[in-house]
Design a protein around this ligand. Structure first.
Ligand SMILES: Nc1ncnc2c1ncn2[C@@H]1O[C@H](COP(=O)(O)OP(=O)(O)OP(=O)(O)O)[C@@H](O)[C@H]1O
Ligand SMILES: [Mg+2]
Length: 270
């Protein structure tokens, strides 16, 4: 029997002539396989499969960066990790809000989103990871008459997954069609009380009146540039979607150095 050890045993107290019971017990050696399969089903990219909360570092040190700056960045990382981990631990209880992880390149937004999804999916919930551009492309490709996939076959799992990670929101230039499609996905999920975790490089410009889910302006950490209106999230996804995201998600702004550039390449052992 694949992935399990078939164990046969006398049922406790079974008398002569009564049937013997057999049952399947998952074998330890397949736990890794099952994890891998769950992550594949959820479309978590290979590159991010190792991500979890344990290996998300919040005590980084970078040469030539002041102690105050480094402490502020590490506090921002620790706070983001705490919020995302709490969200994952409590899911699905109290998860009427998703999360919107905002911040510059390489601060670990996707790492944290995948960590949350992984812990939720491994508890048996259904989850799906989609890069924003890939989702739009998959839907667009499904319109091609030669395509095997129909629009519904792409959209249905996206609409129905208990948790959806939509990564890198706003990364492609917004066309009217793209905004309508993303609006439809977010609205449907919201109306059906399904939770969405989003990441984006685009911040709220002060001109856009950005505020977090509880109405307070997001606390911007030292070293984090407020964008101009032209490169704000509102500009990338439109006012309606940005407004809907306030309602759907708690905002988690992360301000830190680019881990890919500053941390991983800094030491000989990384
Ligand atoms: N604090 C951290 N601790 C450990 N690894 C990290 C941390 N931050 C980022 N990484 C790693 O650095 C790489 C880049 O992180 P990630 O892709 O999550 O950043 P991002 O904020 O999503 O960037 P982008 O905006 O470019 O999408 C990943 O391999 C991730 O595992
Ligand atoms: Mg990312």
């Amino acid at each position: 029997m694949e992935g399990a050890q078939a164990l046969a045993a006398d049922r406790a107290g079974a008398g002569a002539g009564e049937p013997k019971m057999a049952w399947a017990v998952p074998c330890d050696c397949t736990t890794g396989d099952r994890t891998e399969r769950a992550l594949q089903r959820s479309r978590v990219p290979e590159r991010y499969r190792h991500c979890d909360f344990e290996n998300y570092e919040t005590d980084n040190d970078i040469e030539n960066v002041s102690r105050e700056q480094m402490a502020a960045w590490n506090r921002s990382l620790a706070q983001a990790k705490l919020m995302v981990q709490r969200f994952a631990d409590e899911f699905p209880v109290g998860s009427e809000h998703g999360l919107l992880l905002m911040g510059p390149c390489g601060v670990g937004k996707t790492h944290l989103a995948v960590s949350a999804m992984k812990s939720i999916v491994l508890r048996g919930h259904s989850g799906l990871f989609y890069d924003y551009r890939e989702l739009l492309k998959a839907i667009q490709d499904s319109y091609n008459p030669e395509s095997q996939a129909t629009e519904m076959s792409v959209l249905e799992p996206v609409l129905k997954a208990e948790i959806l990670v939509l990564d890198d929101v706003g990364s492609s230039k917004p066309s009217l069609w793209a905004l309508e499609t993303v609006g439809h996905v977010l609205n449907t999920r919201y109306n059906e009380k399904r939770v969405t975790l989003l990441t984006t490089n685009f911040l709220d410009s002060d001109a856009g009146g950005g505020s977090s889910a509880n109405g307070a302006p997001p606390a911007r950490v030292a070293g984090m540039r407020a964008p101009t209106m032209e490169d704000s999230l509102t500009e990338r996804v439109g006012k309606r979607i940005r407004s809907r995201l306030y309602e759907m998600c708690r905002t988690v702004e992360i301000s830190a150095a680019d881990y890919r550039k500053e941390i991983r390449h800094a030491g000989p052992f990384r």
